[in-house]
Design a protein. Sequence first.
Length: 477
Amino acid sequence: MTTALGQTAKADPLILRELELICGKPFVSARDIDRISYSRDAFPLTFKWIREGRIAYLPDYIVWPENAEQIREIVMLCNREKIPYLPYGGGSGIVGAALPTRGGIVIDMKRMNRIVSVDEVSLTATVQAGAVGQHFEEELNHLGYTCGHYPQSIRQSTVGGWVAHCGVGTYSTKYGKMDDLVVAMKVVLPDGRMLETRNVPKASTGPNLNHLFIGSEGALGIIAEVTVKIFPLPEEERFLSYDFPNFAAGIEAVRTVMRHDIRPAVVRLYDEKEARHHFSDLLGESRCVLLFGAAGRKCNVEHETAIIDRLAREAGGVPLGSVIGEKWKERRFSTAGLCNILRQRGGIADALEVTGTWSNLHRIYEAMKGAMEAVINGRGEVFGHLSHAYHTGANLYMIFHAHEETDEGAESLYYEIMEAAFDACQTLGGALSHHHGVGIGKARWMRRELGSGLDLLRSLKTAIDPDRLLNQGKLGI
């Protein structure tokens, strides 16, 4: 729905009273100011809607539960009254997965923010899903540990949001992605039952049920608690950076390092345009910039950096020292550039994170860049980088910004660019999302992405949520 600001519906006093009995009166709201606040996440088009004074999706109630049992009671109420509902973490996702597309009840998880336990022998931590990532990491640091998960949104996003989007942090090449880090979880199912998976390192007792909810965007169940791997804080961290003549040469250097069984903490290859955006104050006429970071025990860091340095030089890299890495670490959580463009009249921007194998990664980069530039046609620019390297391939970020005369024109242009970009990516065998998820922003491409798998996903949704009340409209279902 599209609602003008100020045109809101009156809450049902009986539903409001039941929610207050479950969560407590201070933790339930049907006030317009709260409903408007929860009508958006960080999906780029929400910036345009706000500028135009309209609300695309408006919830009816906001609740702040403090435990899984309260979530279960809310779910049972929604089932009985046929009220749509969805979980809400930090609201930092950029694909619209936290938008209340059918109104209903938004369940804000952030009161559920405690670290339940830390097992220093087994190296796991159990944490409630509403814990803000930065707070979770800082508490672990005080104990001498790290989760190793440092997404750009760490100061705003929640642990449950990391899991629900199958998130990836900037140090993922060393520590792993959320699908590597999650050991066990507690989930409230759409029928109100509680599912608790077993805290063991490995089991062969059917499909891993954790993976039913990792990446589910809260459409298959509400994650209440998560057990994740933790790691001792590194003794040392060291950065290396290199100038490469072109993006293809940089990709080959990264592939070679990974082939030598080296797992750097940080791997980032910037094309010429993005290198200038980030490091113009440090570089002259640099071409592509390749950054490596190593972290861990001092002896291991020395060993890894020696091999990385040799391989990078042999691949044609010109050393740039450590200052690039230090500057990157200082700025790594900033999203100011793209957000400032989105706040401008007619401005549009996004960061598309796709994946491909080493065999086709450069072709995907070139095809997406060319297709996006053709649509933008001088009204903005396209640039990108490689990050999150794996045994078989890597992630590509394709970033764009453009301007139209009106916000309405910018919204239309946005989808033209997305269409061109994803057509190029999928034609060459790439995946349309690496860690941002699908939400509503990428839903229209899911049939091509999953094929008959989308029918299977829809059947699964119907089986566990027959009335389709939980976070409807996400994942292409």
